[in-house]
Design a protein around this ligand. Structure first.
Ligand SMILES: [Zn+2]
Length: 431
């Protein structure tokens, strides 16, 4: 069915749902981080079996937290360990990498939204698995965010399955994330969003300046998985700022607009300069993934032996954390998860045509369960979408009258009947 924009004098089809303000409890976040720090070290090579010290004890405690949350929602979360032995320069004898996962089944068990942090920690020497390694900000904060998200979202029902993930082996080579991303691929999950929270609890940077109203969201523009042929096509289409990961970051920036007290810095890099994180394992397999990280980093509090030198204190300790700030990042994640877990899958094969014409024709494949679609456009000297038009579910083609294809970018998202919107898929030339 074809809709001409000029004829589509439709009433507003879909309202934008208001974002909830949850009772995210900074004291609960602090208690979780304190507990994780209490295991001494959570290094991936530390003792997996010791009852109170090391990564094994931390993982068992985290699994128990998921179980406890599940018990209060009629077993709505299934807890599972996902493990594989990895070997590499940072684990020459091999190590069993164990991820602790909680699955909150959605109406569509095949489509998933993943929220993750890494449970492992390290000090100055990445091979030192015995020294105290509190890893409060890096990344007990991420794990505490995941547990708090489970506690709050377990009271609701979603279209997509939410996977709460405490990953291991990040510091040894993104191994736990690699395992989870490969599992997604093997099981054919449709990943609507993978949200990596790695260092979300500190506000005072290396220069002493405090930033407590902003979080960085890192994303790739051009996809790591692109072939040279796809790359050439994207070059021709001009889609460098509209890959799925970048579209996800832009959507999170939208979500932040009505999340209290926190702005999103859409950081147009896959990660910090020359550094990496767990979301990259997902990007390598083509999934939309981003990393949330504090606005201001303090390098004396990252990957450091606990010590004082010439009056300078080193170490990733809990006293440096800002839990009200972290609570705002939790709220942002909650609002983002709600949106992506409520929205249908993003439409596939979005393409446009209109060369040597004054109109642009957009086409897409129907997305399962979509109640409608939102066609976005902007002049191609702008970074964010400026205009949109909603169409009903039986539509897979729209003519944008007097929109010259040469001068505009176009994208299409899916909408649920309540107006929850997927990320926007960029329209290029057909495949
Ligand atoms: Zn980290």
């Amino acid at each position: 069915m074809k809709h001409l924009l000029a004829l589509a004098a439709l009433p507003l089809l879909f309202a934008t749902p208001a974002h909830a303000q949850d009772k995210v409890d900074p004291a609960a976040l602090r208690a979780t981080v304190e507990k994780l720090v209490s295991f001494g070290t959570r290094h991936t090579l530390s003792d997996p079996d010791h009852p109170t010290r090391g990564i094994g004890a931390a993982r068992r405690w985290t699994a128990n937290e998921f179980e406890r949350i599940s018990a209060s929602c009629g077993n709505c979360i299934q807890v599972a360990n996902l493990a594989r032995t990895f070997e590499g320069p940072r684990a020459p004898d091999g190590v069993n990498v164990v991820n602790v996962l909680g699955f909150q089944k959605g109406r569509d068990p095949n489509r998933v939204v993943i929220v993750m942090g890494h449970i492992d920690s390290r000090v100055s020497d990445v091979m030192n698995f015995t020294a105290d390694s509190p890893g409060a900000n890096d990344d007990a904060s991420g794990v505490a965010l995941v547990i708090e998200a489970a506690r709050i979202l377990s009271k609701e029902q979603f279209d997509a399955t939410i996977i709460y993930a405490a990953l291991s082996g990040e510091e040894q080579g993104l191994w736990g994330a690699t395992l989870l991303a490969e599992t997604a691929k093997e099981r054919g999950w449709v990943v609507s969003a993978a949200l990596n929270n790695d260092m979300v609890g500190n506000t005072v940077g290396q220069n002493g300046k405090r930033i407590s109203d902003r979080v960085r969201v890192f994303s790739e523009g051009i996809r790591a998985v692109e072939t040279l042929e796809q790359h050439r096509k994207r070059r021709g289409d001009g889609g460098e700022d509209d890959g799925p990961s970048r579209a996800l970051a832009k959507a999170i920036a939208e979500v932040s607009e009505d999340t209290k007290g926190i702005d999103v810095f859409v950081n147009r890099r896959p990660d910090r300069f020359g550094r990496g994180g767990d979301h990259e394992a997902f990007l390598r397999l083509g999934y939309p993934a981003v990393r949330f990280t504090v606005a201001a980093e303090n390098y004396d509090q990252q990957h450091q032996d606990l010590r004082t030198e010439n009056g300078r204190v080193y170490g990733d300790t809990i006293d440096k954390m800002d839990f009200p700030y972290m609570a705002r990042i939790v709220q942002l994640n909650l609002n983002a998860i709600r949106r992506f877990a409520s929205a249908p899958a993003v439409p596939n094969n979005v393409r446009m045509d209109g060369a040597v014409s004054t109109d642009t024709t957009v086409k897409w494949e129907a997305a399962p369960g979509a109640a409608g679609y939102r066609i976005h456009w902007r002049r191609n000297n702008a970074q964010n979408w400026t205009d949109h038009r909603d169409v009903p579910a039986n539509t897979t083609e729209l003519v944008l009258k007097d929109i010259v294809v040469d001068d505009h970018f176009v994208g299409v998202s899916s909408l649920s009947k309540d107006g929850a919107e997927s990320i926007v898929a960029f329209a290029g030339r057909g495949q």
